[in-house]
Write a protein that binds this ligand. Structure first.
Ligand SMILES: [Mg+2]
Length: 264
């Protein structure tokens, strides 16, 4: 099956936004067809960029990994949930806004690079991402800041983090602790919410109806693509998920990225 389950016709592809793990690589191994497909788009000058919910790598680190697979990717072409969160905080709270960060170095770096201040003193925003060394003290500070009126934002809602030997608690599990303690529903930046995908779309500057959102997970990638108004494409190279009738069907479903027609 190389076309939509509903037999829809492919649009002209003006731009491509893609998930990474399960689409371009699995762990540290490139998916050969995906590398070929992105090289093809590159040769035909179809702009593309990559989105990831993971807030623990800088965009430079992600771009470096992709270059290692033979893709011409600079940091501008990578939108992480950390970078998108920093953009949103900057837009909504202005330059210099004070942000308490529950997260690792890459998230703090993204906040600093956006002209915001990482601080635990009277923050306007509490931003929660994955912090693999989170402590009770950090959670207590986050909870107290939110109870004092800070806005609660989460980089991504993922409950679990896949690791080579199983799963670890994800950013969403840490966020849930702060949300439960405060009774505040956080704003979520990453997939399945559309904000990170919309940041990528702004970077590409392509029309929504001719921009693909490619991913291997319906519950995150496809839902985010649909919420952002893009053409959603499921590629069946990732972890197979059990079909869930409560989730939307992707616009297209392909076995390989090479099944997607190139620029029309
Ligand atoms: Mg994926």
């Amino acid at each position: 099956m190389t076309d939509s389950d509903r037999g829809a016709k492919w649009p002209r592809v003006a731009g491509v936004i893609s998930d990474l793990d399960g689409v371009v690589y699995r762990g540290n191994e490139a998916i050969a067809d995906a590398v070929k497909a992105f090289r093809r788009w590159h040769e035909r000058a179809v702009p593309y960029c990559f989105v990831t919910n993971n807030s623990t790598y800088t965009r430079e680190q992600v771009a470096g990994k992709l270059r290692g697979f033979g893709l011409a990717v600079d940091a501008d072409r990578v939108v992480t949930s950390a970078v998108a969160a920093a953009q949103i905080v900057r837009e909504r709270h202005g330059a210099g806004a004070r942000v308490f960060v529950v997260g690792e170095a890459a998230l703090k770096q993204a906040i600093g690079e956006a002209g915001l201040e990482v601080t635990d003193e009277a923050p306007a925003v509490v931003l929660v991402g994955l912090d693999r060394e989170v402590t009770y003290r950090t959670l207590r500070m986050a909870v107290r800041a939110v109870r004092s009126g800070a806005v609660l934002i989460g980089t991504n809602p993922d409950p679990l983090l896949p690791v080579p030997d199983g799963f670890d608690p994800g950013a969403g599990s840490i966020l849930a602790a702060v949300a439960t303690a405060t009774g505040v529903t956080p704003m979520i930046v990453g997939k399945p919410e559309p904000h990170m995908v919309l940041a990528a779309l702004r970077y590409l500057g392509t029309p929504r109806e001719a921009t693909l959102m490619i991913g291997d997970q319906v519950s995150t990638d496809i839902v985010a693509g649909k919420r952002a108004g893009l053409v959603s494409v499921l590629v069946r190279t990732g972890v197979p998920a059990r079909p869930d009738p409560s989730l939307p069907a992707p616009d297209f479903s392909v076995a390989s990225l090479l099944d997607i027609p190139c620029a029309g």
